[in-house]
Design a protein. Structure first.
Length: 286
C-alpha cells in the first residue's frame, strides 16, 4: 500500500458523553464526498486518550460500515506500553482496515533503540501496514531520521506522519526518504512545502474545514501547477494557526458545529471548549 494525498484524522463527535454515531456517519459521507484520500479514526484529533476499549472497537466497526470500501481506512493504535499496543492490534485485525497509525511511545521517553524495538515488535506481531507518528512535542522524544530509515526496511512499515516540528529534520527526511516510504506531514502548516519537496501528502486536522482547498493544492502540485497551488495556499495558510491556537480538536469542533456537521462541540476532559476570543476569530473566518 502507498499512502498519499489528503487524509482526514477525523474527530470523534460526542453527545452527552457518548459517541454520536449519527454525526460520525454524516461526517464520513461529507468528507468522502469532498474527495479525501482516506479516513483515520481514533487519532489524537479523535481524542483517542479518552476513548475506552468498548468505544475503540465500536468506532472501528462503525467506520468500516459507514465508509463501505469507498476510501482506505487507517486506525490510530499506539501507546507507551508495547504489550498493550500489540493487544490493540489484535482488536484492529478483526476488521478489514488498511493499516494503523501508531504514535511513538510517549512519557517513558525511550532512546532510539527502544523506539526501534517497539515498532519492530509491532511489525513482527501483525501483517497490518504501519505508519509511524512522530510528534515529539507530545511524546517527549523525537524519532530521528536514521531510526525511521532503519524501520522503513521492515516489511510492513510503509510511512511516517511527520510532525517533528523541526523543518531541517523534515526537509532532510524528504530529500533522503527511502523508495516507497511515504512521508506525510502532520504539521498542517508544512503541507505545501512537504509537497514541493516530494512528500506524498498530509494527515491534516485542518482539512476538516477547508477540505477542497487542501485537495486542490495537492492536485495542482502533482500536476506541476506550483504557482496555482501557492496562490491557494497563501489564503489557506491564514486559517491554520487559528485552528491550533487552542488545543486540538476544540477549535475544529467549534467550526464543525457552526457548519452543522456535528450537533455538539462537546469534548472530554481534560480538553475544554475554546475561549470567547477564539470564537470571535473563527466566526469572522467562517
Amino acid at each position: 500500500m502507498r499512502i498519499d494525498g489528503v487524509w482526514l484524522p477525523i474527530v470523534t463527535p460526542f453527545l452527552e458523553d457518548k459517541v454520536d454515531f449519527e454525526a460520525f456517519r454524516t461526517m464520513i459521507d461529507y468528507y468522502i464526498g469532498k474527495g479525501v484520500s482516506g479516513i483515520i479514526p481514533l487519532g489524537t484529533t479523535g481524542e483517542s486518550p479518552t476513548i475506552d476499549e468498548t468505544e475503540f472497537e465500536e468506532i472501528i466497526e462503525k467506520t468500516m460500515e459507514y465508509v463501505h470500501g469507498r476510501v482506505p481506512v487507517i486506525v490510530g493504535a499506539g501507546g507507551n506500553n508495547t504489550k498493550k499496543v500489540l493487544e490493540k492490534l489484535k482488536t484492529v485485525e478483526k476488521y478489514k482496515v488498511n493499516g494503523v497509525l501508531s504514535v511513538s511511545p510517549y512519557y517513558s521517553r525511550p532512546d532510539q533503540r527502544g523506539i526501534y524495538e517497539h515498532f519492530l515488535k509491532m511489525s513482527e506481531a501483525t501483517d497490518l501496514n504501519i505508519i509511524i507518528y512522530n510528534i515529539p512535542y507530545r511524546t517527549g522524544r523525537n524519532v530521528e531520521n536514521e531510526t525511521l530509515f532503519k524501520l522503513s526496511e521492515l516489511k510492513n512499515i510503509i510511512g511516517v506522519k511527520d510532525a517533528s516540528g523541526d523543518i531541517k529534520q523534515s526537509l532532510s527526511l524528504l530529500l533522503n526518504a527511502p523508495y516507497g516510504f511515504s512521508v506525510m506531514t502532520g504539521e498542517d502548516i508544512f503541507f505545501y512545502i512537504t509537497l514541493i519537496y516530494g512528500g506524498q501528502g498530509g494527515i491534516l486536522a485542518s482539512s476538516h474545514i477547508e477540505t477542497e482547498s487542501f485537495i486542490e493544492i495537492y492536485n495542482r502540485v502533482k500536476n506541476n501547477d506550483h504557482q496555482g497551488a501557492f496562490k491557494i495556499w497563501k489564503r489557506l495558510a491564514g486559517i491554520i494557526p487559528l485552528l491550533f491556537e487552542e488545543p486540538n480538536p476544540a477549535p475544529i469542533k467549534y467550526c464543525l458545529n457552526k457548519m452543522g456537521l456535528i450537533k455538539s462541540q462537546e469534548l472530554r476532559l481534560p480538553l475544554v471548549a475554546i475561549s470567547e476570543k477564539l470564537q470571535r476569530k473563527l466566526d469572522n473566518y467562517l
